[in-house]
Design a protein around this ligand. Sequence first.
Ligand code: ADP
Ligand code: TRP
Length: 330
Amino acid sequence: MKTALTGIKPTGILHIGNYFGAIKPALRLAERYDARYFIADYHALNSVKNPADLRRAITGITAGWLAAGIDPERVIFYRQSGVPETFELATILAAFTPKGLMNRAHAYKAAVRQNTEKGEDGDAGINMGLFTYPVLMASDILLFDADVVPVGRDQTQHVEMAQDIAGAFNHNYGEELLKIPEAAVEEDVAVVPGLDGRKMSKSYGNTIPLFSTESALRKLIMRTVTNSQCVDEPKDPDGSLIFALYKLFADPGEQTALASRYRAGGMGWGEAKEELFRVANRELSPLRDRYNELVSDPGKLERILSRGTEKARAIASRTIKRLRKATGIE
Ligand code: ADP
Ligand code: TRP
């Protein structure tokens, strides 16, 4: 069986962009692949410097994966920090990574651009963790011989960098010591829009949190800005943010039916939002219940993660042995 691997950084609370763009596709892949999914906690340290915040986010993301239905008996579910081989491999890979490749990383370039726009020094506030982020991520992936990496579109450049780094390493030793991974992006959910129409992201503050209470969910949806078309006017579902979000939660029959009601006119935005809330809450309310139960038992979460981490280490230490031999370190 081929291997699928992905990670999520515990940098805040999960939103429906993470759920539809990363978690759900990953869980579907886990039915056909040997899956290894992890909490990318050291990646989070680049931006989360408050220990209580980091701990809370780790618990939240662990419970989030479990509430969404990950089966830790079938999927190796672990914490990056529990697999120190990751950091040894990152050191190995750094020796094969051109600095210029890191200069071209979107996340780094965006940070530099923001600084320059503000008239500050390009590298202001940018730590080496952010700059070398793609090396650590390549290490996460290559350590487990991953064939596919389910991610949202914003992460495909990182996976391509992992391919480049693995290629340079293999080329140097003249054998395929590291497997070349492929990104798996589900086109329908590659970019889940946020409440302001831009990509949903915690950095834009436009998210629908995955586990908000029913009343908070309703409020968020009702507050979403729409155009000023009145009730009678026919509406274009394809140009509508409310409909784009509806499609994520509704089955194909419901989507067709509601699209015709949009086009026919006679349905106002209030009602469109009500429909969105109904399907969203239908899917999210059982998840929310499981989530609330799980976060109330951190000991259980820790036990699940540490069992997965043990399994992950067994694989990781075999990879590192192979690479130590190949490089001449051993
Ligand atoms: P954020 O942009 O909110 O900081 P992350 O970068 O932590 O989210 O993303 C975690 C995972 O969720 C990644 O695989 C990413 O591609 C996916 N993801 C995040 N936002 C979206 C979105 N709006 N649409 C689709 N996938 C997303
Ligand atoms: N960079 C990813 C994100 O920001 C998280 C991540 C870290 C990851 N290591 C990974 C994803 C390895 C896939 C594979 O969302």
